[in-house]
Design a protein around this ligand. Structure first.
Ligand code: GRG
Length: 303
């Protein structure tokens, strides 16, 4: 049974990754030819970077669970992955996590230099807005529909979400956080965009508020579970497996779930969050199939 669940998550991830990669490749070509080097090349490099596309798969799964059927949903997935791509470019900069390896390749600033990578990161934010606007047209959403999706995505990407969480994380380096503060960092830094991936799927399907609320609840729990699994992998996997430098949290003296709860404690906390995530969907009568499979994948993945 477990294998069947993982196989269907694998199929969904492959489908979402292939469609999202194709869409981002079109944007990479467009930007490469319209933005001068080195920024244009750095933008294309960041968009072509081979991610797992978990957030894209969550957008697609949430859309379908909410009754959506159009292939236009890939544009919404692409917009979320573009915000994620920007965050990775900036996260790797010397003024943040200062890393050389991302997705098995040199980080954007290692390839193009810090000024070009910094500017390319900023430029990806309006690119995400354009990708989202095109998706709304493909999905035949009206201005309110686009506005709701944009508010959700950019609120999650801003000071109340990803930027705010990263900020807290940077301020906390070298200090051991208690669990509530650590949860606030994780929920912002990683959880907010994952939650938005889920709610955007529902908004794109013009789902009723009860479904959007259930998807938000599910996304909140798996967003935290995702970062806990990331903490465990950072402590247990190799750089080759991860495509990024393993053991970085310990090097930077970061507070992590592993540091606070140990590896087994962190794993069982993540499993608890997955059960709570699926319960949000069940209580609202939202089909759980692929979203439950993705939640399971998020805490059992090996990279
Ligand atoms: C100005 C303070 C300030 C912040 C700017 C840089 C930034 C915004 C935010 C960083 C957010 C960040 C990088 C969070 C980590 C999220 C995370 C766990 C990434 C790894 O996700 P995966 O495993 O990676 O899905 P792939 O490569 O598969 O996409």
């Amino acid at each position: 049974m477990g294998e069947v669940v993982r196989a269907s998550a694998g199929e969904l991830l492959t489908e979402a990754r292939d469609a999202t990669d194709a869409l981002l490749e079109r944007w990479a070509r467009r930007l490469e030819s319209s933005v001068a080097a080195p920024e244009g090349a750095a933008l294309a490099y960041a968009l072509r970077s081979p991610g797992k596309r978990v957030r894209a798969a969550l957008v697609v799964a949430a859309f379908r669970s909410a009754g959506g059927e159009s292939p236009g949903i890939v544009g919404v997935a692409g917009a979320v992955e573009t915000v994620h791509a920007y965050s990775l470019v900036h996260d790797d900069l010397p003024c943040m996590d200062d890393d050389d390896l991302r997705r098995g390749r040199p980080t954007t600033h290692r390839q193009f230099g810090v000024p070009a990578a910094t500017r390319a990161g900023y430029l990806l934010v309006p690119v995400a807005a354009m990708v989202l606007a095109e998706a709304a047209r493909d999905l035949e959403l009206d201005a309110t529909g686009l506005g709701n999706m944009a508010a959700e995505l950019f609120q999650a990407g801003g000071i109340e979400g990803m930027v705010g969480g990263q900020w807290l994380d940077l301020l906390a380096e070298g200090r051991l956080l208690e669990l509530p503060e650590l949860m606030a960092v994780h929920r912002g830094k990683t959880g907010a965009l994952i939650r938005a991936a889920c709610t955007l799927g529902g908004l794109a399907a013009a789902a009723p508020p009860s479904t959007i609320a259930a998807l938000a609840g599910y996304g909140e729990e798996i967003g935290l579970a995702f970062q806990i699994a990331d903490d465990v992998l950072d402590a247990t996997a190799t750089s080759v497996q991860l495509g990024k430098t393993a053991g970085r949290d310990a090097t930077l003296s970061k507070s992590t779930y592993v540091r606070v709860l140990g590896i087994d404690g962190a794993r069982s906390e993540a499993a608890k969050l997955v059960r709570r995530a699926v319960a949000h969907l069940e209580m609202a009568g939202v089909p759980t199939g692929s979203l439950a499979a993705l939640a399971d994948y998020i805490v059992t993945r090996s990279s």
